[in-house]
Design a binder for this molecule. Structure first.
Ligand code: ADP
Ligand code: MG
Ligand code: ZN
Length: 479
């Protein structure tokens, strides 16, 4: 029998705010454990939460960027469970009135395997805001809880079971991450736990409308692991079904070293979290004006930016795509392109030289010593004929190493091309006088003779004459 995979993702994204969700502790990563805490995020009895409106606005931004309906009236609920990462024994979350519902995400491009994803939309069920629990770390038989993470604003983005392959799940995650990063909602650094993902997956006979039994996969630490785990799980479920062993709803973990999933909890039934409205928090109302104001000030998204780069700077869609795939690079290019006389040349230098050098140096563009304006100045020196492309590479290397402005480097190295037509005319006249035979040959139509004469002029000028001007001057004097 032919089976079809049905996949739905639940993604958690930490919101990048100055302070935590319900207290004024800083929202920072990497501090000494349990140093960024207060009675509210430690869950002391009687401590009262105060919602962080910036986090709520970020939730609205996330919703608008994924075409969700935004709730004018929303509230926070208590989700009760007992676990060491939760000092209050309940998590402040949202139950029936999340901030955002019924959204969608547009997928296209290529999946992890490189296969083409046919352009289509997949549904987003809801996006709600909650507080992150503490982070547990296990050391052999003991465990530690770091409450620095407790109370960090966390978005839960629940996707519809619209994905059909590991590649589509990968494309969904990549697109969601790009959207959250461009929207300034989160950096989505998985290594810092800023983006976490659970995968729900089931199989059904191809053509069937009914969903099969779903397995939930946890402990997925990278997009690559998600892709691998899904491929593994599709094969595993297929084998079970083909052997006539019906699947049971369960939660499985993913062991990336072993490359296999294992049972964590079986016989999963609906949890009873005893949700009820948090009596410490007022319902949240959002006015049409505020939602419209957030909509108006949404940052430019990658798709729009790609189109603008192609239109305004005459880039190819491919080059625009390379630049836009990293928001910091795209903004850096935009600054350079605004200054450069030839923005396309600036794009070429970023794609072929700068990105390679950044990769070699293992740094990101915000650590780059070259300023976008200086890269623009470098390309102007090339297109204005002051330096040759070859000299520009030398200047670029120096700029990358020292952050020095290109004009200064050119001056210090005495690199300036001679573009003074009077000086060039003298060099040319001298070259013609010294080489009467090639001059006659060129007049008779021999192109190679011109190359020879250009070489003589370049030699006499010690490589500094602007070759284009030399050619033009030779033709002028010989014709
Ligand atoms: P829970 O609250 O138990 O996690 P939800 O109804 O919130 O359950 O669903 C969680 C996720 O599971 C959603 O992302 C949804 O798309 C996905 N999902 C639901 N049913 C299936 C199924 N039969 N196969 C695969 N994924 C599913
Ligand atoms: Mg859920
Ligand atoms: Zn606190």
């Amino acid at each position: 029998m032919d089976y079809e995979a049905v996949i739905g993702l639940e993604v958690h994204v930490q919101v990048r705010t100055k302070s935590k969700m319900f207290c004024s502790c800083a929202n920072v990563y990497g501090a000494e454990p349990n140093t960024v805490v207060c009675p509210v995020c430690l869950g002391y009895p009687g401590a009262l939460p105060v919602p962080n409106h910036e986090a709520i606005r970020a939730a609205v931004r996330a919703g608008l960027l994924t075409d969700c309906e935004i709730a004018r009236y929303s509230k926070f609920d208590r989700k009760s469970y007992f676990y060491p990462d939760l000092a209050k024994n309940y998590q402040i979350s949202q139950f029936d009135l999340p901030f955002c519902v019924k959204g969608k995400l547009h997928l296209e491009g290529t999946g992890f395997s490189g296969a083409e994803i046919p352009p289509h939309d997949v549904g987003i069920t809801r996006i709600h805001l909650e507080e992150d629990p503490a982070k547990l770390t296990h050391f052999g038989a003991t465990s530690g809880a770091d409450f620095n993470r407790s109370g960090v604003p966390l978005l839960e983005i629940v996707g519809e079971p619209d994905l059909r392959s590991a590649d589509e799940a990968y494309a969904y995650l990549t697109t969601l991450k790009e959207t959250m990063r461009y929207g300034g909602i989160s950096d989505c650094d998985m290594e810092k736990g800023q983006m976490r993902c659970d995968v729900n997956i089931s199989l059904r006979p191809k053509g069937s409308e009914k969903f099969g039994t779903r397995i939930e996969l946890k402990n997925l630490n990278s997009f690559r692991a998600v892709h691998r785990a899904i491929e593994y799980e599709i094969d595993r479920q297929k084998e079970e079904l083909e052997a006539g062993r019906p699947l049971h709803q369960e939660t499985r973990g993913w062991n990336d070293e072993a490359g296999e999933s294992y049972v964590m909890r079986s016989k999963e039934s609906a949890h009873d979290y005893r949700y009820f409205p948090d009596p410490d928090l007022l319902p949240v109302t959002l006015s049409d004006e505020e939602i419209e104001e957030i909509r108006r000030t949404l940052p430019e998204m990658p798709g729009a930016m790609r189109e603008r780069f192609c239109r305004d700077y005459q880039l190819t869609p491919y080059d625009a795509g390379v630049l836009v795939s990293d928001r910091e690079v795209a903004l850096w290019f935009d600054r350079a392109a605004k200054k450069a006389k030839n923005p396309k040349l600036a794009a070429n230098w970023i794609i072929s030289e700068l990105l390679r050098e950044l990769g070699n140096a293992k740094i990101t563009i915000d650590a780059c010593l070259i300023k976008p304006e200086d890269l623009a100045a470098l390309t102007d020196l090339i297109s204005g004929g002051t330096i040759s492309g070859k000299q520009a590479k030398e200047v670029f290397a120096e700029m990358f190493a020292s952050g020095e402005a290109p004009g200064k480097i050119v001056e210090a190295k005495g690199m300036k091309q001679v573009s003074d037509t009077g000086a060039i005319a003298e060099f040319v006249a001298a070259a013609i006088a010294a080489n009467p035979k090639p001059a006659e040959e060129f007049k008779a139509g021999n192109g190679k003779a011109l190359q020879f004469l250009v070489g003589q002029v370049m030699k006499a000028s010690r490589g500094k004459a602007n070759p284009q001007l030399v050619v033009a001057e030779l033709k002028k004097q010989l014709q």
